[in-house]
Design a protein around this ligand. Structure first.
Ligand SMILES: C[S@@+](CC[C@H](N)C(=O)[O-])C[C@H]1O[C@@H](n2cnc3c(N)ncnc32)[C@H](O)[C@@H]1O
Length: 274
Protein backbone atom coordinates (compact mmCIF):
# COMPACT_ATOMS: atom_id res chain seq x y z
CA UNK A 1 0.00 0.00 0.00
CA UNK A 2 1.12 3.55 -0.71
CA UNK A 3 2.14 5.13 2.60
CA UNK A 4 0.75 8.50 3.69
CA UNK A 5 4.21 9.99 3.30
CA UNK A 6 5.57 8.09 0.30
CA UNK A 7 7.03 10.23 -2.45
CA UNK A 8 4.70 8.48 -4.88
CA UNK A 9 1.62 9.64 -2.93
CA UNK A 10 3.00 13.15 -2.38
CA UNK A 11 3.65 13.43 -6.14
CA UNK A 12 0.15 12.21 -6.95
CA UNK A 13 -1.51 14.78 -4.70
CA UNK A 14 0.76 17.73 -5.49
CA UNK A 15 -1.36 19.33 -8.23
CA UNK A 16 -4.58 19.00 -6.21
CA UNK A 17 -2.81 20.42 -3.15
CA UNK A 18 -1.53 23.45 -5.03
CA UNK A 19 -4.99 24.13 -6.52
CA UNK A 20 -6.62 23.69 -3.12
CA UNK A 21 -4.53 26.12 -1.05
CA UNK A 22 -6.63 29.11 -0.17
CA UNK A 23 -5.29 31.87 -2.48
CA UNK A 24 -6.11 34.71 -0.08
CA UNK A 25 -4.12 33.22 2.82
CA UNK A 26 -1.27 32.24 0.48
CA UNK A 27 -1.09 35.81 -0.80
CA UNK A 28 -0.99 37.17 2.74
CA UNK A 29 1.75 34.71 3.72
CA UNK A 30 3.76 35.94 0.72
CA UNK A 31 3.11 39.53 1.74
CA UNK A 32 4.39 38.79 5.25
CA UNK A 33 7.61 37.59 3.57
CA UNK A 34 7.80 40.72 1.43
CA UNK A 35 6.93 38.76 -1.73
CA UNK A 36 4.07 38.55 -4.20
CA UNK A 37 2.15 41.37 -5.84
CA UNK A 38 1.05 43.00 -2.57
CA UNK A 39 4.42 42.60 -0.80
CA UNK A 40 6.85 43.58 -3.53
CA UNK A 41 7.45 47.02 -2.04
CA UNK A 42 8.47 45.64 1.35
CA UNK A 43 11.95 44.03 1.22
CA UNK A 44 12.45 41.55 4.06
CA UNK A 45 15.89 40.39 2.82
CA UNK A 46 17.20 37.07 4.14
CA UNK A 47 14.08 36.08 6.07
CA UNK A 48 14.01 32.51 7.33
CA UNK A 49 11.09 30.18 6.59
CA UNK A 50 10.95 26.97 8.62
CA UNK A 51 8.82 24.31 6.93
CA UNK A 52 7.77 21.53 9.31
CA UNK A 53 7.09 18.12 7.77
CA UNK A 54 8.47 19.56 4.54
CA UNK A 55 8.36 16.33 2.52
CA UNK A 56 9.69 16.99 -0.98
CA UNK A 57 9.28 20.78 -0.63
CA UNK A 58 5.63 21.36 -1.49
CA UNK A 59 5.37 24.55 0.59
CA UNK A 60 8.50 26.00 -1.01
CA UNK A 61 6.90 25.38 -4.40
CA UNK A 62 3.59 26.88 -3.26
CA UNK A 63 5.30 30.05 -2.04
CA UNK A 64 7.61 30.40 -4.99
CA UNK A 65 7.44 33.99 -6.20
CA UNK A 66 9.94 36.57 -7.46
CA UNK A 67 12.40 36.98 -4.58
CA UNK A 68 11.63 33.70 -2.81
CA UNK A 69 15.16 32.48 -3.77
CA UNK A 70 16.53 35.12 -1.39
CA UNK A 71 14.79 33.54 1.59
CA UNK A 72 16.45 30.90 3.72
CA UNK A 73 14.34 27.73 3.52
CA UNK A 74 14.85 25.54 6.57
CA UNK A 75 13.18 22.22 5.78
CA UNK A 76 12.47 19.84 8.68
CA UNK A 77 11.33 16.25 8.27
CA UNK A 78 12.16 12.91 9.84
CA UNK A 79 12.30 11.27 6.39
CA UNK A 80 15.78 11.72 4.94
CA UNK A 81 14.76 10.46 1.50
CA UNK A 82 12.05 13.12 1.17
CA UNK A 83 14.51 15.82 2.25
CA UNK A 84 17.01 14.51 -0.34
CA UNK A 85 14.28 14.83 -2.96
CA UNK A 86 13.56 18.43 -1.90
CA UNK A 87 17.28 19.22 -2.21
CA UNK A 88 17.50 17.45 -5.56
CA UNK A 89 14.63 19.53 -6.93
CA UNK A 90 15.46 22.90 -5.40
CA UNK A 91 18.95 22.89 -3.85
CA UNK A 92 20.61 24.55 -6.84
CA UNK A 93 18.19 27.48 -6.96
CA UNK A 94 17.14 28.04 -3.35
CA UNK A 95 19.00 28.55 -0.10
CA UNK A 96 18.00 25.37 1.69
CA UNK A 97 18.99 24.11 5.13
CA UNK A 98 17.72 20.56 5.63
CA UNK A 99 17.14 19.15 9.10
CA UNK A 100 16.32 15.50 9.57
CA UNK A 101 14.66 15.40 12.95
CA UNK A 102 11.50 14.33 14.72
CA UNK A 103 8.99 17.11 15.23
CA UNK A 104 8.03 15.54 18.54
CA UNK A 105 11.26 16.83 20.06
CA UNK A 106 9.96 20.39 20.10
CA UNK A 107 12.85 21.83 22.06
CA UNK A 108 15.23 20.85 19.27
CA UNK A 109 13.26 22.26 16.36
CA UNK A 110 15.33 24.88 14.55
CA UNK A 111 12.78 27.69 14.86
CA UNK A 112 15.25 30.43 15.83
CA UNK A 113 15.05 33.56 13.70
CA UNK A 114 12.07 32.32 11.67
CA UNK A 115 9.89 35.03 10.19
CA UNK A 116 7.40 32.40 9.09
CA UNK A 117 6.90 28.80 10.22
CA UNK A 118 5.00 26.80 7.61
CA UNK A 119 3.51 23.34 7.26
CA UNK A 120 1.16 21.62 4.87
CA UNK A 121 -0.84 18.43 5.34
CA UNK A 122 0.86 18.02 8.69
CA UNK A 123 -1.10 19.17 11.73
CA UNK A 124 -3.91 16.60 11.34
CA UNK A 125 -1.23 13.93 11.95
CA UNK A 126 -0.09 15.53 15.17
CA UNK A 127 -1.40 15.43 18.74
CA UNK A 128 -2.73 18.37 20.74
CA UNK A 129 0.33 18.56 22.98
CA UNK A 130 2.56 19.08 19.91
CA UNK A 131 0.43 22.06 18.85
CA UNK A 132 0.35 23.45 22.40
CA UNK A 133 4.14 23.22 22.73
CA UNK A 134 4.79 24.64 19.26
CA UNK A 135 2.48 27.62 19.80
CA UNK A 136 4.09 28.26 23.16
CA UNK A 137 7.53 28.38 21.53
CA UNK A 138 6.32 30.64 18.72
CA UNK A 139 4.83 33.04 21.27
CA UNK A 140 8.12 33.01 23.19
CA UNK A 141 10.16 33.76 20.03
CA UNK A 142 7.70 36.52 19.09
CA UNK A 143 8.97 38.61 22.01
CA UNK A 144 12.35 38.78 20.18
CA UNK A 145 11.21 38.86 16.57
CA UNK A 146 7.85 39.12 14.80
CA UNK A 147 6.94 35.71 13.48
CA UNK A 148 3.97 34.01 11.88
CA UNK A 149 2.63 30.55 11.10
CA UNK A 150 1.08 29.40 7.83
CA UNK A 151 -0.42 25.91 8.05
CA UNK A 152 -2.18 24.75 4.90
CA UNK A 153 -4.32 21.73 4.07
CA UNK A 154 -5.45 20.48 7.48
CA UNK A 155 -8.04 17.76 6.76
CA UNK A 156 -11.43 18.77 8.23
CA UNK A 157 -13.25 15.42 8.24
CA UNK A 158 -15.53 16.04 5.24
CA UNK A 159 -15.49 13.97 2.06
CA UNK A 160 -18.27 14.14 -0.51
CA UNK A 161 -18.40 11.67 -3.39
CA UNK A 162 -20.39 11.98 -6.56
CA UNK A 163 -22.09 9.69 -7.40
CA UNK A 164 -23.00 8.82 -3.83
CA UNK A 165 -22.98 5.27 -2.43
CA UNK A 166 -25.06 4.06 0.50
CA UNK A 167 -21.92 3.02 2.45
CA UNK A 168 -20.11 6.41 2.08
CA UNK A 169 -21.18 7.64 5.54
CA UNK A 170 -20.09 4.48 7.36
CA UNK A 171 -16.72 4.45 5.58
CA UNK A 172 -16.13 8.16 6.29
CA UNK A 173 -16.95 7.77 10.00
CA UNK A 174 -14.49 4.87 10.27
CA UNK A 175 -11.87 6.77 8.27
CA UNK A 176 -12.18 9.84 10.49
CA UNK A 177 -11.75 7.65 13.53
CA UNK A 178 -8.62 6.18 11.96
CA UNK A 179 -7.34 9.71 11.38
CA UNK A 180 -7.18 10.15 15.17
CA UNK A 181 -4.82 7.18 15.56
CA UNK A 182 -1.29 7.63 16.81
CA UNK A 183 0.72 8.43 13.64
CA UNK A 184 4.01 8.27 15.49
CA UNK A 185 3.83 11.37 17.67
CA UNK A 186 0.85 10.51 19.90
CA UNK A 187 -2.92 10.39 19.33
CA UNK A 188 -3.51 12.59 16.28
CA UNK A 189 -6.03 15.44 16.27
CA UNK A 190 -7.19 14.35 12.80
CA UNK A 191 -10.16 16.43 11.60
CA UNK A 192 -10.03 18.71 14.69
CA UNK A 193 -6.47 19.89 14.02
CA UNK A 194 -7.19 23.06 12.01
CA UNK A 195 -9.66 24.52 14.50
CA UNK A 196 -7.54 23.42 17.46
CA UNK A 197 -4.47 25.11 15.98
CA UNK A 198 -6.39 28.32 15.18
CA UNK A 199 -7.79 28.49 18.74
CA UNK A 200 -4.38 27.88 20.34
CA UNK A 201 -2.77 30.60 18.22
CA UNK A 202 -5.57 33.07 19.04
CA UNK A 203 -5.19 32.35 22.72
CA UNK A 204 -1.45 33.01 22.43
CA UNK A 205 -2.21 36.47 21.04
CA UNK A 206 -1.72 35.94 17.31
CA UNK A 207 -4.07 37.46 14.77
CA UNK A 208 -5.53 34.37 13.11
CA UNK A 209 -7.37 33.80 9.86
CA UNK A 210 -8.77 30.51 8.63
CA UNK A 211 -10.11 29.64 5.19
CA UNK A 212 -11.34 26.55 3.39
CA UNK A 213 -8.99 24.76 0.98
CA UNK A 214 -10.84 21.71 -0.34
CA UNK A 215 -9.45 19.23 -2.81
CA UNK A 216 -11.81 19.31 -5.80
CA UNK A 217 -11.00 16.11 -7.59
CA UNK A 218 -12.22 15.10 -11.02
CA UNK A 219 -11.18 13.34 -14.18
CA UNK A 220 -7.72 14.98 -14.21
CA UNK A 221 -6.97 13.43 -10.82
CA UNK A 222 -8.00 9.84 -11.56
CA UNK A 223 -4.75 8.22 -10.37
CA UNK A 224 -4.81 10.21 -7.15
CA UNK A 225 -8.48 9.39 -6.57
CA UNK A 226 -7.81 5.67 -7.11
CA UNK A 227 -4.98 5.82 -4.56
CA UNK A 228 -7.21 7.76 -2.17
CA UNK A 229 -9.99 5.18 -2.48
CA UNK A 230 -7.70 2.19 -1.88
CA UNK A 231 -5.97 4.06 0.96
CA UNK A 232 -9.31 4.72 2.65
CA UNK A 233 -10.45 1.11 2.17
CA UNK A 234 -7.16 -0.18 3.66
CA UNK A 235 -7.41 2.22 6.60
CA UNK A 236 -10.94 1.17 7.57
CA UNK A 237 -10.75 -2.55 6.65
CA UNK A 238 -10.18 -3.88 10.14
CA UNK A 239 -12.40 -1.31 11.81
CA UNK A 240 -15.21 -2.53 14.08
CA UNK A 241 -18.46 -1.59 12.38
CA UNK A 242 -17.13 -2.18 8.87
CA UNK A 243 -18.67 -5.10 7.04
CA UNK A 244 -16.21 -6.82 4.64
CA UNK A 245 -18.76 -7.47 1.91
CA UNK A 246 -20.21 -3.95 2.03
CA UNK A 247 -16.71 -2.48 2.00
CA UNK A 248 -15.72 -4.60 -1.02
CA UNK A 249 -18.87 -3.42 -2.75
CA UNK A 250 -18.05 0.23 -1.87
CA UNK A 251 -14.48 -0.19 -3.12
CA UNK A 252 -15.56 -1.65 -6.45
CA UNK A 253 -18.19 1.06 -6.93
CA UNK A 254 -15.76 3.86 -6.06
CA UNK A 255 -12.99 2.54 -8.34
CA UNK A 256 -15.48 2.09 -11.18
CA UNK A 257 -16.41 5.80 -10.84
CA UNK A 258 -12.91 7.14 -10.12
CA UNK A 259 -12.49 8.59 -13.61
CA UNK A 260 -16.03 9.80 -14.23
CA UNK A 261 -17.11 10.93 -10.75
CA UNK A 262 -15.98 13.75 -8.49
CA UNK A 263 -14.77 13.98 -4.93
CA UNK A 264 -14.45 16.95 -2.58
CA UNK A 265 -12.26 16.60 0.50
CA UNK A 266 -12.40 19.45 3.00
CA UNK A 267 -9.33 21.17 4.47
CA UNK A 268 -8.73 24.26 6.55
CA UNK A 269 -5.83 26.66 6.00
CA UNK A 270 -4.63 28.68 8.98
CA UNK A 271 -2.55 31.89 8.90
CA UNK A 272 -1.39 33.47 12.15
CA UNK A 273 0.50 36.76 12.21
CA UNK A 274 1.56 38.89 15.19
C1 LIG B 1 1.37 14.26 4.37
S1 LIG B 1 3.08 14.60 4.30
C2 LIG B 1 3.13 16.29 3.76
C3 LIG B 1 4.44 16.66 3.14
C4 LIG B 1 4.51 18.08 2.55
N1 LIG B 1 4.35 19.10 3.58
C5 LIG B 1 3.46 18.25 1.49
O1 LIG B 1 2.51 19.02 1.68
O2 LIG B 1 3.59 17.60 0.43
C6 LIG B 1 3.57 14.73 6.00
C7 LIG B 1 5.07 14.96 6.17
O3 LIG B 1 5.37 15.08 7.56
C8 LIG B 1 6.49 14.28 7.87
N2 LIG B 1 6.32 13.86 9.27
C9 LIG B 1 5.27 13.20 9.81
N3 LIG B 1 5.46 13.00 11.12
C10 LIG B 1 6.66 13.55 11.42
C11 LIG B 1 7.43 13.67 12.62
N4 LIG B 1 6.99 13.17 13.77
N5 LIG B 1 8.62 14.30 12.55
C12 LIG B 1 9.08 14.81 11.39
N6 LIG B 1 8.40 14.73 10.23
C13 LIG B 1 7.21 14.10 10.25
C14 LIG B 1 6.44 13.11 6.88
O4 LIG B 1 7.70 12.50 6.70
C15 LIG B 1 5.92 13.83 5.64
O5 LIG B 1 6.97 14.36 4.87
Amino acid sequence: MMSGFSLEWLNLREAADQRARNPHLREQALHWLGLGSAGAEQQIGDAIVVDLGAGSGSTLRALSAPGSQNLVWRLVDNDGLLLDEALRRHGKHYRIEDYQSDLGVIGELPLGGARLVTASALFDLMPADFIDALVKRLALFRTRMANGLYAALNYDGTTVWNPAHSYDGVVLAAFNEDQRRDKGAGLALGPDAGNYLAAALKQAGFSVQTAASPWRLGAADTRMVEALITGIADAVASHAGIDDTLLANWLNFRLAHAASGTCTVGHLDVLALP
